[in-house]
Design a protein around this ligand. Structure first.
Ligand code: AMP
Length: 277
């Protein structure tokens, strides 16, 4: 497994990688969710590159950039075990030199949901992913359904800018109690961790109500809110039922619909979603 830290080094070894090249961008502190993306990439490509980069431009000024968990040695051992060919782990100055000023904006899609709660977040995400795509030049790139809006934004960017990279969605990997795996789960204390299982319970409830014929989005949201409200440490930021492609909010649930939410437990902000229909 090659480990490179500069754009120049990556470009040098790029021609030696057997096509097609699969690429998995991450912020590190890897868990089974990330590894599932790597495994999927391995099954579909003879070469796999993974990036580890905690991207400062996608964090707001009051967010957890400094505290974001990091453990590069453990990450590298896990990636080696999965048969990763190249790991790109640049320092921040390699990606953002002092005179950096080229940004990728994806417009309306980036302003809803997570974008409304975290202004500038998707500008940072789209910019870093565009840069990584240009450096790595993959044939296929793998993203988790866990970050559903990110997936929609990246697909739109790749298509609008004719990047010629296939964007592959990988289903969310969950803990046994249903909690979506996330590097941020490590912030939760024991009480919060236990109650955090309610996110998936609420999403499962939405699926059940839909399966039983409920189409009134507000009625579904109300029942989800009541269920989550039973956990005293949970503080709902939003629950959304939106068109899975446009992310426009729905009054009547029309498939495929994205049911998504952000819920805070103390200082930790968790997101999760399911697609119904
Ligand atoms: P991150 O390191 O949080 O930026 O995530 C890197 C990639 O892993 C993104 O495409 C995420 O959507 C994906 N990912 C994170 N958690 C999970 C999960 N529990 N299941 C599937 N994919 C995930």
């Amino acid at each position: 497994m090659e480990i490179v830290q500069t754009v120049g080094e990556f470009k040098q070894l790029r021609p030696g990688l057997t096509a097609p090249l699969g690429f998995v961008p991450t912020m590190g502190y890897l868990h089974e969710g990330h590894l599932e993306l790597v495994r999927r990439a391995k099954t579909e490509n003879p070469s796999v590159a993974v990036s580890i980069f905690v991207n400062p431009t996608q964090f707001g000024p009051k967010e957890d950039f400094a505290q974001y968990p990091r453990d590069p040695e453990r990450d590298l051992a896990l990636l080696k075990k999965e048969g990763t060919d190249v790991v790109f782990m640049p320092p921040a100055a390699e990606m953002y030199p002092p005179d950096f000023n080229g940004w990728v904006e994806v417009g309306k899609l980036a302003e809803k949901l997570e974008g409304a709660a975290r202004p500038g977040h998707f500008r940072g995400v789209a910019t870093v992913v565009a840069k990584l795509f240009n450096i790595v030049q993959p044939d296929k790139a793998y993203f988790g359904q866990k970050d559903a809006q990110q997936l929609v934004v990246i697909k739109k960017m790749a298509s609008d800018l004719d990047m010629g990279i296939e964007i592959v969605a990988v289903p969310t990997v969950r803990e046994p109690d249903g909690l979506a795996m996330s590097s941020r789960n490590t912030y939760l204390n024991a009480g919060e961790r236990k109650q955090a299982a309610v996110l998936y319970q609420a999403l499962t409830l939405a699926q059940k109500l839909y399966a039983e014929g409920e189409r009134d989005a507000e009625a579904i949201r109300e029942q989800m809110t009541a269920l989550i409200g039973q956990q005293p440490l949970a503080d709902i930021e939003y629950i959304s039922i939106a068109d899975a492609e446009t992310l426009d909010e729905l009054d009547r649930v029309k498939p495929p619909a994205l049911v998504s939410m952000a819920v805070r437990f103390g200082k930790t902000r968790l997101i999760d979603n399911v697609v119904v229909g």
